[in-house]
Design a protein around this ligand. Structure first.
Ligand SMILES: O=C(O)Cc1cc(O)ccc1O
Ligand SMILES: [Fe+2]
Length: 471
């Protein structure tokens, strides 16, 4: 079994800063000074490079890390295809997806005690192709048990943004440990091996796999040099390692099962040594977590409801300036003070697609009674699909006496917004059995006509028809 060399008190220490060059060594002197790949790295370690961008990517985009580890990652037998339970429907191949303009909403997704984090990931919707490094996949996860301590997972398909909604995730990565609670998010970059344990029991949440590029902090423009998610609040693990350089089970099998996701299919190998054998690392390609409570929310202090881009935590750009493959946007508790303003989101149709989830509480545009938009559930308003407050929220906000008001207390909704048209998986549309058939009727079926025709006014379209009729 693995021999753990970290001190438990030290387990969840972090380095702070987004997109910094960080370095960490679990044993003094393990990081070579000046060199990346000396002839004999310190303490008999192997140097191994992990790149997150092309070697020749511009300097400001270039991402890579140097590991100093007990054995390099290539020491394993061949991978073989493996069928994980529940993962039959994980492809973003357009021929397997439903592209439909209907507004969709899901009841909270079921807990699944039989699955761990990896087999509990279910693809709901997506667009693009991991082989072309284009697009994204949107998931919910529900896990009832920890991954085995002798297992690890990585995805060659993309970076995974994890949004826990229930239950704590203890994510052990090659870089060290991240303890991630609801109201925190985590990001595991493409290729990084990890293992998820559930220290407080079952866990449920949302995830976005980005096949293309990496998340960055949004530009702040006229906001200035601070605000929204501040770079210093992103937390990065410190190095920690196990010592097991080659153990085989009684039956002679290699102990450590490594599962890879590669073009949305799963492969597995078994190796004798632990993959968590990194004694030191340095670089700017690493996993991190962020506490959403630290988000500095900015909004209108005069009138009108601003675009939700003002709430962007992280943004994954496309090649077109200002247009994201994925924005991660949150709606945390905040003050609303707008005068003569309809304060909830306006009715709209968006060229972007909007997937929303609820971490806790209630969303101010969807108050319409029980069983609507509830924690652990989700909604999808695809490209150009009309949506907005439900009738009850509209009437309430229209009549409300306006004064300073704190909304969203104890609540946090979020949105994955994408410039791509989302296809919904067969699991998401039917097999999950969570789609609310009554969503549209329930939300907007009773939206009232408030139109009061001013005296003497006539509907001009009708007038034209009348004129035509006379001829
Ligand atoms: O549709 C939604 O609820 C998300 C949303 C929120 C908002 O404040 C403005 C636009 C928008 O799409
Ligand atoms: Fe919207």
């Amino acid at each position: 079994m693995p021999v753990t060399t970290f001190d438990v008190k030290e387990k969840y220490r972090y380095l702070n800063g987004f997109d910094n060059h960080h370095q960490s060594e679990a044993v003094p002197g393990a990081l070579p000074i000046g060199h990346n790949s000396p002839q004999k790295p310190p303490h008999g370690l192997y140097a191994e490079k992990l790149s997150g961008t092309a070697f020749t990517a511009p300097r400001h985009e270039n991402k890579q890390t140097w590991f100093y580890r007990i054995l390099p990652s290539c020491c394993h037998p061949a991978f073989n295809p493996v069928n994980l339970p529940n993962t039959d429907d994980i492809s973003t191949d357009p021929s397997t997806l439903h592209f439909i303009p209907n507004q969709l909403r899901w009841d909270p997704f079921a807990h699944d005690d039989a699955t761990d984090f990896v087999s509990g990931l279910r693809l709901l919707a997506g667009a693009g192709d991991p082989t072309l490094k284009q697009g994204l996949g949107m998931y919910i996860y529900s896990a009832g048990r920890s991954m085995s301590p002798t297992s690890a997972f990585y995805s060659a398909d993309g970076d995974l943004l994890i949004v826990p909604q229930e239950g704590v995730l203890d994510i052990r990565t090659e870089f060290g440990h991240l303890l991630v609670r609801p109201m925190e998010i985590a990001l595991i970059p493409r290729g990084v091996k990890y293992q998820v344990r559930l220290p407080t029991g079952p866990a449920r949440g949302y995830a976005l796999e980005l096949y293309q590029g990496h998340f960055q902090l949004p530009e702040l423009g006229p906001i200035g040099s601070n605000g929204l998610a501040n770079a210093r609040d992103f937390q990065v693990p410190v190095a920690s390692f196990d010592e097991d350089h080659g153990s085989v089970a009684d039956d002679g099998a290699n102990q450590y099962a490594i599962t890879a996701k590669f073009n949305n299919a799963f492969f597995r190998t078994a190796q004798a040594h632990t993959p968590f054998n990194v004694v030191a690392w340095h670089g700017n390609y690493y996993p991190f977590k962020y506490d959403l409570v630290r988000f500095n929310t900015i909004g209108s202090i005069s009138f009108d409801h601003p675009d939700p881009s003002i709430f962007t935590v992280l943004s994954a750009p496309s090649d077109k300036v200002g247009t994201s493959i994925a924005d991660f946007v949150i709606f945390p508790p905040r003050w609303l003070v707008g005068e003569d303003t309809f304060r909830p989101p306006w009715y709209h149709r968006n060229t972007m697609s909007e997937f929303m989830g609820l971490i806790g509480g209630e969303y101010d545009a969807k108050k319409g009674g029980d069983g609507g938009f509830v924690p652990g559930g989700a909604s999808l308003h695809n490209v150009m699909s009309g949506h907005g407050p439900d009738a009850e929220s509209y009437e309430g906000a229209r009549e409300r006496r306006l004064g300073p008001e704190k909304v969203g207390m104890g609540s946090c909704a979020f949105m994955f917004e994408s410039c791509l048209m989302m296809g919904v998986t067969e699991w998401g549309l039917r097999k999950c059995d969570r789609v609310q058939e009554e969503y549209v009727e329930h939300s907007w079926g009773s939206v009232r006509v408030h139109w009061k025709k001013p005296e003497g006014a006539k509907a001009t379209g009708h007038l034209l028809e009348e004129e035509e009729g006379k001829e």
